[in-house]
Every structure is written in structure tokens, then in C-alpha cells.
Design a protein around this ligand. Structure first.
Ligand code: NAD
Length: 294
């Protein structure tokens, strides 16, 4: 099993995940273009590097936790000093971003030519579960490669699922987030309609949570982020819109009509335009409220 690791991308998820790996005793080198993130990693005892290639150079396994698959492809294959050239033969890339499954398959072919393995291992659970090491992790790829990196994944997640061949975990992740986003929008709409009718929002949430309308948004988000107007879940609206887009693209590639998915992606993209690139995904609630004011 790998003992020397590299983490590329120390964002809201990558930093706490890298800290979990340090805590589990792995030697971890990491890179992020944001200096404050590199400093936070170094302060936690990690080896902070000046480039992705430098971090990847000595690693048995390289973890990517970047915004999307296009950026992963750029960092691994296309940059001036691409990670692929730095990686050792026989090492493995663990692609934990929520990326496009078809891009992942292409990446796998390029890495295989260089004698490097690839698994797609996207996560669900958000920043708090990343900190606690209790993420759900979906794993796609060659069973032997997936088995080899399992101890690494177990340091970050408490529920691991083999989803099948390369790309299957990225497909599963996008479909999960599509379902989650559809449920989120429905829950926000319902609470806003109910409030306009005179229902108490907190009572509505309590009832939803013991009724058939219960979902992750009613259980974990409505009170904490929307009704409180804190809107600080740590998962960006841009990332949510990207994930729904991946699900829609997958449906189109497979010639599935999936009519609701087109509405959900359009709403997420309109909200992103209105609220800006830095908005939290829970702020889609604010977007829906503004629609009511128009
Ligand atoms: P983030 O935007 O906080 O972090 C991304 C990091 O990548 C940033 O620190 C950025 O500086 C870095 N980065 C960008 N370009 C880079 C490059 N060329 N080289 C090296 N680093 C680069 O995003 P996040 O919330 O940590 O999410 C990461 C991935 O995990 C996304 O695919 C997201 O969809 C997924 N995800 C997020 C959550 C969540 O709750 N935040 C939950 C599950 C999955």
C-alpha cells in the first residue's frame, strides 16, 4: 500500500482531507496555488510544495481534489510541468474531485500508457465530514488498484463503495448531486410557499423531517443555513451547478430525456449568474426569494 502521498488542491475539502492523512501517519506533500492554504497545511505538519509536480514527484499515490475534471486534466497532462511527468511508474492517481466521467476515462488511458494507475474516488458529506474523516467515498477503477489505495481512502472516509469500472464513481457522484440539488430546490420552494401562506418555517421543517418529504436539505440545511440566513455550508453554488451539468451531459450522451434535470441545471445556472461565483449553494434559497419579489 502507498505510504508517501501527494495532495493537489487544498481547498475547503482538500485541506481537511490532507490533514486526516497526516493524522493517520502518511507522509504527505501538497500543493495549492493559494499561499494561505499551503501555510495552513504546513502548520498542520505537512510538506508544502511550490508546484503540483514537486508534490507528486516522490509519491506512491497522488490525490487530486480540484474544482472539476477539466482543471484536473490541465494539471495532470497539460501544464508546463504536468503532474504525469513527475509521477513514478507504478504509482496511482486517486481522483477525488467531482469530475466528468468521460474525461476521467480519457485521463485513465493517458495514465495507463505511462504505467500509472487511476481510480476515481469522489466524496460526499461536505466539509464537516471531511474534517471528521467520515466521508462517503465512491470508488471506480481496476479492482486491484482500488484495493491498493483502500487504506488511504479509509483515513478519509467511513463508507466506501466500489461502483465498478473507471468513471463509474464520477457518474454516481454527479447523479447523487443532481438528486440532492433537485431536493434542495423543492424544499426551499415549499418552505417559501408555506411561509407566504402563514405557516411557521421551523415547524414546517420539523414536520417535513418526520414525513415523506424528508431529505438532506430538510434535515441538515434549512434551519442551519437558509432560515438562519447564514448561507455558509462550505459547498459552492458554482460546484453544485457544475455537478448537475455533468449529470445532464451524461443523460444527453446516453440519449435519456431526463426532463427535470434540464430545469434544475437552468435554475442553478441562473442563480449563479445572479449571486456570483463565490455564492454558497444554499444561497439558491435567496435566488428563489428574489424571483418572488420580481
Ligand atoms: P474549493 O474551490 O474550495 O477548492 C479547490 C481548490 O483547488 C482551491 O484551493 C484552488 O486554489 C485549487 N486549485 C484550483 N486550480 C488549481 C490548480 N491548477 N492547481 C492546484 N490547485 C488548484 O473546492 P472544494 O469545495 O474543496 O471542492 C473540491 C472538489 O470536491 C470539487 O470537485 C467539489 O465539487 C467536490 N466536493 C465538494 C464538497 C463540499 O462540500 N465543498 C463536497 C463533496 C465534493
Amino acid at each position: 500500500p502507498p505510504s508517501r502521498l501527494a495532495v493537489i488542491g487544498l481547498g475547503k475539502m482538500g485541506l481537511p482531507m490532507a490533514k486526516r492523512l497526516l493524522g493517520a501517519g502518511f507522509a504527505v506533500a501538497a500543493y495549492d496555488p493559494v499561499a494561505a492554504s499551503r501555510d495552513a497545511f504546513a502548520a498542520a505538519g505537512g510538506r508544502s510544495c511550490g508546484s503540483a509536480a514537486e508534490a507528486a514527484g516522490e509519491a506512491d499515490a497522488v490525490i487530486t481534489m480540484l474544482p472539476d475534471g477539466t482543471i484536473v486534466k490541465r494539471v495532470v497532462l497539460e501544464d508546463d510541468a504536468p503532474v504525469l511527468e513527475a509521477m513514478r511508474r507504478g504509482s496511482v492517481l486517486i481522483e477525488m474531485s467531482s469530475s466528468e466521467p468521460l474525461t476521467t476515462r480519457l485521463l485513465g488511458e493517458r495514465l495507463a500508457e505511462a504505467g500509472i494507475g487511476l481510480v476515481d474516488a469522489p466524496v460526499s458529506g461536505g466539509v464537516r465530514k471531511a474534517e471528521a474523516g467520515t466521508l462517503s467515498i465512491m470508488v471506480g477503477g481496476e479492482p486491484r488498484t482500488a484495493k491498493r489505495v483502500r487504506p488511504v481512502l479509509e483515513a478519509m472516509g467511513s463508507a466506501l463503495f466500489d461502483t465498478g469500472p473507471l468513471g463509474s464513481a464520477h457518474a454516481m457522484k454527479a447523479l447523487n448531486n443532481y438528486v440532492s440539488a433537485a431536493g434542495l430546490i423543492a424544499a426551499c420552494e415549499a418552505v417559501q410557499i408555506g411561509a407566504a401562506f402563514g405557516l411557521d418555517q421551523n415547524v414546517m421543517v420539523d414536520i417535513l423531517n418526520v414525513s415523506t418529504g424528508r431529505n438532506n436539505t430538510t434535515e441538515n440545511k434549512l434551519k442551519a443555513y437558509m432560515i438562519s440566513e447564514a448561507y455558509n455550508s462550505g459547498f459552492g453554488l458554482a460546484l453544485m451547478a457544475k455537478d448537475i451539468g455533468i449529470a445532464v451531459d451524461l443523460a444527453e450522451a446516453l440519449r435519456r430525456p431526463a426532463p427535470l434535470s434540464h430545469h434544475v441545471v437552468a435554475l442553478a445556472r441562473e442563480a449563479l449568474t445572479m449571486l456570483g461565483a463565490q455564492a454558497d449553494h444554499t444561497e439558491i434559497d435567496r435566488y428563489l426569494k428574489r424571483l418572488a419579489e420580481e
